[in-house]
Design a binder for this molecule. Sequence first.
Ligand code: FAD
Length: 521
Amino acid sequence: MRNLILVFGDQLNHDSAAFDGFDADLDQVWMAENQQEATHVWNHQYRLVAFFAPMRHFRDELKDSGKTVLYNALSSDQSSDASEANDSSFATILSQTLSDHDFESIVFVRPGDYRVNESIHQVATKHDVAIDQREDRTFYCSLDRFDEWADGRKSMVLEQFYRVMRKEHAVLMDDDGKPVGGDWNYDKQNRGKFGKGGPGEVRPPVSFKPDKVTSEVIKMVQSRFADHPGKADQFDLPVTRDQALIAMDDFVDHRLAMFGDYQDAMWNDEMFLYHSRLSHAINLHLLSPREVVEAAVAAFKEDKAPLNAVEGFVRQILGWREYVRGIYWSRMPEYAELNSLDCDCDQDVPSFFWDGKTDMACVADSMRLLIDTAYAHHIQRLMVLGLFAQLYGVHPAKFNEWHMAMYADAVDWVSLPNALGMSQHGDGGVMATKPYCASGNYINRMSNYCKGCKYKYAEASGDDACPLTTLYWDFLDRNKDRFKDNHRMSMQLKNLERKDADLMESIRERSKKIRDGKIAI
Ligand code: FAD
């Protein structure tokens, strides 16, 4: 045979560059569910279904279109598998395929994980098979273009990158080269919080009932990975492109208009609020970022959504999403090891990051959603779970491992810069010029969590003090020398200086007990 086309679980698009020049008489497709990807981090059951079910649907579509697909499926009963399947990886399965068949080359689009990319190259070298690695054209910004933009820059500010992308791709731009509406960014309008009555009725994202293929995957995962965290019984994500398009239209028609206003708000038991829940479909390439951006811009042009909402949404995709990919590939593999706070933070995530058992209302609610749906929205990720991990002193790489395990949309290229960089400040300021650190006051301002919480958000010491608040002052205290020249931290450090010495002593004591696991919180 001529080419073996490798399709990874996050590359489920029929117009992928990997299929350019495909000849059904000469070429075959290769896809592999494997044990190592399911276990190298302790994958949430929902997350496993979120990858394997779309893969099986895509396999079936490829077959229907006349392509031969060599597909490695995991079975429910691990003991019935050949022993190799029990520790299978992309490398072992591909190696076997290349031993069993005679292919001249392997063709693939760069996988979303540096580790997997390396292992594929190693297998090809071992089998002396040519490699044809192609650019992932679903992204707006090629990796070369990102490098060119980044070259020689002292700081890699997202806003500058985003403006370049807006101009280059003519998104929300007027004919005279100015941004539509006159401003590049409408974030000032996007910090709304809900009043006493809460958000009212927010139409939830469309839900997809598992079909036969998906139900089989759910059964397989529940049996084979029974000891893994989370649940898969509420699985309802889109698993095909057709379903993903329905999910996209549903967001644009019913939630986009308010996306901007309440982007940063949180409310107990409200899972998605006005967020799109499209990251999983976009990351698996069931949707292209371009079509999602175009749908949002069309809604603005048709007066269905205001500019602050549409610009805010576009910035997440054309800005942040493209930016984090550039950061990942231009800085790996060193990036994964960064730990700028040098963390007196070598901690693992606390046990309640797996089972949600904590009295902190904000963490408990975010965890409940995460356990049920492998999803939490951005502010819960950054300003509840990420914030707690940072203040508690979780090692940034361990936080990313946990993140990779728990979220349906996590692929290393997008998880690592967000988790290790933006959220934990592990990269020392590449992703964000200051750490996202805050006390329980922030949670109280942006949500109703503190009202029903056992802890008092404004108190920093004593048994009733909000653990986030205690940990926050101790975090600042532990890192004050490190941040003293960062002018964006000056206000927080000034407030720290004003703290009474006795109070600080009791904060340090309580924080140590929390971090050592001596107080259950
Ligand atoms: P919305 O709020 O509706 O946003 C729209 C889209 O914008 C998202 O679907 C996503 O495609 C894109 N987007 C928004 N913010 C980012 C960002 N910072 N980086 C990249 N894309 C962005 N996103 C992932 O897709 N995978 C991850 O593994 C991931 N890990 C994260 C870890 C942490 C600690 C944090 C703080 C953020 C992470 N994000 C990740 C970014 C963001 O939180 C999610 O994309 C978003 O919450 C997904 O929900 P949504 O589709 O409802 O997004």
